[in-house]
Write a protein that binds this ligand. Structure first.
Ligand code: SF4
Ligand code: SF4
Ligand code: SF4
Length: 361
């Protein structure tokens, strides 16, 4: 059973409270490093980095609505290079989904944390996510306000039914899982921060005890406090599901308007940056792109199509493929439409650690 604890926010500063908590927790469990979104110099947003000393926790900021890359593959790299150390990773829900899928595909070498006490298993800390901006939009927003205003706006989301005061990426508008699944610990903020408190939710009692969370939080959360966040998450999820159906059903993305899709791809230079950026892509399109010889197989096209379906079944919906494209190809609606059709067909929820990959026995 999950254990939900409270972190009381003082002076309406949820970020400081989180940093204080991380600092106390780091010392309590003798952490060696933390992969987290870290503020960059010159107001350039955040980027995932591994922090190796306590002092640098003052740069951690998972609330800033910006995401430059899906850091799921970095989790494995961090632990593989230093198998004797104890690490944690703070990820957004779509990054955890990607990590879970990578693990199912045996592309992650460290086992799931299983109570965070495996020397080689990072503790996964998930954070609620109200959505992130494109880099261009983020820069535009910063011309009008500062980082703390943006972080606060992101945290306020869920407290009411209004839209965010800035546009989030299309992938985020369609992301119906804004709360982390498969994390060891979740930092819950929807509908409760920045004025009130944050929730620190561990996946079970053993995890809660092993990670010594009782020693660094302000007591157990009440049922009402837990429920408030759950209601906000369900409301947000429902809103995004309906947005997604609306966007997917737009005539532009239907088969009869193939011309529009072809015209958009006319800008594509086949540079493959989008594929390189995808945490889950593993060469499934290389035969079609002529990178490898596939004509010796019995049924190459069919084999390639099955491979593509398998890749898209695991798509975490992070939208980083579109974010990296310098030629303005709008990949997200196509990827989301295809991946959701495939996931529905297979009755598969990417990122659910309890669900087996659909084509395995
Ligand atoms: S896709 Fe979802 S989890 Fe990822 S940044 Fe957007 S809203 Fe957050
Ligand atoms: S990054 Fe853009 S231009 Fe490059 S292959 Fe992908 S869609 Fe085409
Ligand atoms: S295909 Fe795009 S949206 Fe899906 S996991 Fe890869 S980068 Fe993310």
């Amino acid at each position: 059973m999950k254990v939900s604890r409270i972190l009381r926010i003082h002076h309406e500063d949820a970020l400081q409270e989180l940093r204080r908590f991380l600092s106390a927790w780091w010392q309590r469990i003798e952490l060696d490093g933390l992969l987290a979104p870290v503020e960059l110099p010159d107001h350039a947003g955040t980027a995932p980095q591994v922090i190796n000393c306590l002092e640098d926790l003052k740069f951690v900021n998972p609330f800033l609505p910006m995401m430059q890359t899906n850091s799921a593959p970095m989790v494995d790299a961090m632990t593989r290079d230093h198998p004797d150390r104890r690490f944690a990773a703070m990820l957004r829900p779509c990054e955890i989904r990607a990590l879970v899928e990578l693990r199912k595909r045996n592309r992650v070498h460290t086992p799931a944390s299983a109570a965070g006490n495996h020397q080689n298993s990072p503790v996964l800390i998930g954070v609620d996510c109200s959505g992130t901006c494109t880099a261009a939009e983020y820069a535009r927003q910063l011309e009008q306000c500062c980082e703390s205003v943006l972080s606060r706006a992101a945290l306020l989301y869920g407290c009411h039914d209004d839209d965010l005061p800035y546009p989030v990426r299309m992938a985020c508008q369609m992301c119906d899982m804004p709360t982390p699944l498969g994390a060891d610990v979740v930092i819950g903020s929807l509908d409760i921060a920045p004025q009130g408190h944050l929730l620190v939710i561990s996946s079970n009692e053993k995890m809660d005890a092993d990670l010594k969370l009782a020693e660094v939080t302000d007591g157990l959360a009440s049922e009402a406090e837990v429920r408030t966040r759950e209601i906000a998450a369900a409301r947000l999820s429902e809103k995004r599901l309906s947005l997604r159906s609306e966007l997917i059903n737009k005539r532009t993305w239907q088969a009869e308007d193939l011309n529009s899709i072809m015209a958009m791809f006319a800008r594509c230079t086949l540079c493959a940056d989008c594929l390189d950026e995808c945490p889950l892509y593993d060469g499934e399109l290389s035969g079609m792109l002529g990178v490898k010889e596939s004509h010796q197989r019995t049924n190459p096209l069919l084999t390639e199509l099955v491979g593509v379906s398998r890749w898209l079944a695991s798509c975490s919906g992070c939208g980083m493929c579109q974010e990296i494209c310098e030629h303005g190809v709008s990949l997200t609606p196509i990827i989301v439409t295809l991946s959701h059709r495939i996931q529905q067909e297979l009755n598969y929820k990417p990122g659910d650690p309890d669900q087996r990959l659909p084509w395995t026995i």
